[in-house]
Design a protein around this ligand. Structure first.
Ligand SMILES: [Fe+2]
Ligand SMILES: [Fe+2]
Length: 426
């Protein structure tokens, strides 16, 4: 935004170029002087809509949620949409929420789209003051196959250039990925406008029209003075699907994409328990119910914290292992993806024992510029060095679920496939 931008440097010019520039400048000055009041009025009444994104809904075959932001209120925003190839245009209700973030005004607009058809292309246009102001196109989930990009912690100390490079490289190499997951610690400080602005600007380049599933991390629960805090900005920016809770809506949630049911769990007990008593008991009860009712071929849980606390010496199981793992295993979860440690680890286990028929656990690595020296735990089967930048892909059909770990140069460092039934060619 304007008050965070540096003034542009003026380029050096030759004498001839200077004279030409001067004549043009004179004309521009005359026109500019006459039009300046109008321009100021237009600029004041027409803030630029930014950061268009499609946040996941519970059923991405039939619905979509489009969000965008401004730093001042748009004049009469409207959102029109239609299926490509059809004439009839429909209008979605636009909800606007105001958020004061670190001294900056952030207005978040939401347009929920319902009654969509699976695997179809949609065109949308956003109007302000009766005029087209932006457009957005996307394709709904077909409910069959899925390719997703899974990103570990993207938090950066200072510039988000590293995150822009990792996510940009992953997106360019996987243009066919329909879903984008961030496994928490999107930003280094959850109340910092500078960090959200950096993360959103970098993400906006590559996210495009993919569905976006954010997972809350502990850094989303830090105040500007690094105390534990409610994740107001995270919840304000991303309207993830409701979970039915009267008190703790959207602190955890689930959604379907392709043949996968994704269950997103909150692991911020240390940061949130004193503010939100009962949240973690409630989540455990919801988890068993959520996994029991899904009919999807695959069940994948998305957690920010890993099962192992690598900060402990020696690394040891995190407290939530005792509460959530038995439910996940009993409910037939196939894979659990985690983050937080900024390192890549893989294991399969049952009841805290290595088991090649057990649940697959992948600690996803690092996509930001904060590196830690992470030890290996005895239960880790695969451990990559801690100084790498990486991301995962998830590919699923109704019989196979494959995870691959890539570095930013496209080199594959690990892969694993789970099978429901033997494939005909094998
Ligand atoms: Fe982190
Ligand atoms: Fe973390």
């Amino acid at each position: 935004m304007a008050d965070t931008m540096a003034l542009p440097m003026l380029p050096a010019v030759s004498r001839r170029a200077f004279l030409s520039l001067s004549l043009r400048s004179l004309a521009a000055w005359a026109i500019g002087t006459l039009l300046a009041p109008l321009r100021r009025a237009a600029a004041k009444s027409a803030p630029t809509p930014r950061f268009f994104r499609r946040v996941v809904t519970a059923d991405n075959r039939a619905s979509a949620l489009i969000e965008w932001q401004t730093d001042a209120l748009l004049d009469s925003p409207r959102f029109l949409w239609k299926e490509v190839g059809k004439k009839e245009e429909k209008e979605a209700d636009v909800d606007v929420k105001y958020m004061a973030l670190d001294g900056h005004n952030v207005l978040v607009y939401r347009a929920p789209l319902r009654g969509l058809a699976p695997g179809r292309d949609y065109q949308c246009r956003m109007l302000a003051a009766g005029r087209d102001a932006a457009s957005f196109s996307f394709r709904t989930d077909d409910g069959k196959n899925l390719k997703a990009l899974i990103f570990p912690d993207s938090q950066c100390d200072g510039s988000y250039d590293t995150w822009e490079r990792v996510s940009g490289d992953a997106s360019a190499r996987n243009a066919d990925a329909a879903l984008w997951v961030n496994l928490g610690d999107l930003v280094d400080n959850g109340e910092s406008f500078f960090h959200w602005e950096g993360w959103q600007t970098a993400t906006d380049v590559s996210l495009g029209a993919r569905a976006f599933a954010p997972v809350m991390g502990n850094h989303e629960c830090y105040s500007l003075d690094w105390q534990y805090a409610l994740p107001a900005a995270f919840l304000g920016l991303f309207a993830t699907p409701p979970n039915g809770s009267a008190k703790y809506d959207r602190y955890y949630y689930s959604f379907d994409y392709g043949p996968v049911h994704f269950t997103v769990l909150n692991t911020q007990r240390e940061e949130l328990d004193s503010f939100l008593p009962g949240l973690f008991r409630e989540q455990a009860a919801w988890l068993a119910h959520d996994l029991a009712r899904t009919k999807q071929p695959w069940r994948v849980a998305l957690l920010h914290r890993d099962l192992i606390n690598y900060d402990a010496a020696p690394p040891s199981p995190d407290a939530f292992v005792r509460t959530l793992l038995p439910i996940l295993e009993k409910s037939g979860v196939d894979a659990v993806l985690t983050a937080h440690a900024h390192a890549y680890r893989r294991r399969r286990m049952t009841a805290w024992r290595q088991d090649q028929n057990g649940v697959l656990y992948i600690l996803s690595g690092n996509a930001g510029n904060c590196f830690y020296d992470v030890q290996r735990h005895a239960i880790d089967e695969i451990a990559l060095p801690s100084d790498l930048l990486n991301y995962l892909t998830l590919e699923a059909d109704e019989n196979r679920l494959t995870f691959r770990c890539f570095l930013t140069n496209g080199i594959q460092k690990d892969f694993v496939t789970l099978r429901k039934a033997p494939s005909p060619e094998e």
